[in-house]
Design a protein around this ligand. Sequence first.
Ligand SMILES: Nc1ncnc2c1ncn2[C@@H]1O[C@H](COP(=O)(O)OP(=O)(O)OP(=O)(O)O)[C@@H](O)[C@H]1O
Length: 534
Amino acid sequence: MPRGKRGGRVSALEGGGEEGAPPAAAAVPSAPWAFPQPPEAAAEQVLLRGIFEIGRNSCDVVLSERTLRWRPIQPVRPAGDSKYDVLHKEEFIELKDIFSVKLKRRYFATQHKNGTLLGITLFICLKKEQNKLKDSTLDLINLSDDHCDIWFRQFRKILAGFSNRPKSLKIFLNPQSHKKEATQVYYEKVEPLLKITGIKTDVIITEYEGHALSLLKECELQGFDGIVCVGGDGSASEVAHALLLRAQKNAGMETDSILTPVRAQLPLGLIPAGSTNVLAHSLHGIPHVVTATLHIILGHLQPVDVCTFSATGKLLRFGFSAMFGFGGRTLALAEKHRWMSPNQRRDFAVIKALAQLKPEDCEISFLPFNSSQDLQQRRARGSPKSDCSDRWQMIQGQFLNVSIMAIPCLCSVAPRGLAPNTRLNNGSMALIIARNTSRPEFIKHLKRYASVKNQFNFPFVETYTVEEVKVYPRNKTGGRHPKEEDQLHETASEESFPWNVDGDLMEAASEVHVKLHPRLISLYGGSLEEMIPK
Ligand SMILES: Nc1ncnc2c1ncn2[C@@H]1O[C@H](COP(=O)(O)OP(=O)(O)OP(=O)(O)O)[C@@H](O)[C@H]1O
């Protein structure tokens, strides 16, 4: 039955709603955790049926296995009055969008206990435009204690049945992120929602770079259902790396050389509060604090691909994306000017790196992604490495920038993503290479990221879908002018090259080996495939 005729999804319940906004049912396409259509009422077992006042109408309310439906009770109507059908249409919410229930009471000014019962308040998650989630409430008014008690218990029972929702979270908060607003973001927007839901929290305010990493090596995680990071990409990536490192240690693996790492034991939630929030943006389709919080509360989990970065056979770190060449130098310059505001130092670093634009003489070997089922199965069985040795390809030359990305890397300057053809968990990475070209051509390529045009449609840009990459800078100093040398030393230490790994500076002296590990970590978030492109 078409949804429009059946009725709307809690459209009238948002306390007047947003001005000019269409009803939620019409405006909100289904997300991956939503049924595209409400389940047929007839097919569902009815759990409770009763009368509540909803939005000033006395309603016939039906609670079934998956939905809560209500329809205003109509007086006997003149036959054939079709207006009534439209005015008194059925509305519904899906139970999986409810995240808390409370008894609603009225208290007088001096009263702190035993207020007058008014009914039940449901706390629900609404899907809005552009992948945004919003919290809202639905009041079911009925003054009868017995009536409300039965319904309240039933809602509590339903909520307890969502076993994937976290009950206890360990939270790492970087107070220095962006313009130092992470603390305010957490206490004003995140904590109130966690409190309403009854989620227990242990909040740790990080004191220095690497603090979360060192705490996560040792701290007690028994009893926690997930970890949350409040901050930007640097913090998020540090916590993800720490969680994965801990998982390897717990599994008794040598963390120096990890070929097939084990999965992280706890899921990670990312609350975007930094100057760059590429990870959270890629995960949620939007860098929005309430959306991120609601994904955590509702236990929406996404398995996400992760890379290992190794040099001379030793693990350097886990990460989701990397840039070498222009991207690495820009970050190195920005880090040297930390005293500037985040936006200032980013703009300054981009301009300076462009002014000093230099290609890197490199050899790049890569293993192209092979999606064939046979190969995937052989790999799952742990077949020897030699199986794919003949598939390695090698390119060499002068490269301005090399990007290796396991996730789409959505951000404000590239709303479709730095690697728009990659997904969070498609088992492959994008290798994007910009060969040497003139500065104006390279700038044109960079500017394309912000537009809807294809940023890769340049003769000097090559893209590959890969599983592994080895980047070998051939000669750091050979043939350079002394002045160029000085400029290089401004961006990296003597014998190493700057890499930008998830917005963090990583310096590596020799060949860096990047390998993709499918679905290595679970992050709280929606699936980008199902999200609405901007
Ligand atoms: N109390 C602290 N003081 C200084 N640095 C910290 C502190 N806590 C964490 N850090 C480090 O700050 C770095 C950057 O933080 P984060 O990514 O959260 O913010 P950001 O504003 O996005 O940063 P950036 O300007 O680097 O993009 C992280 O690498 C993190 O380890």
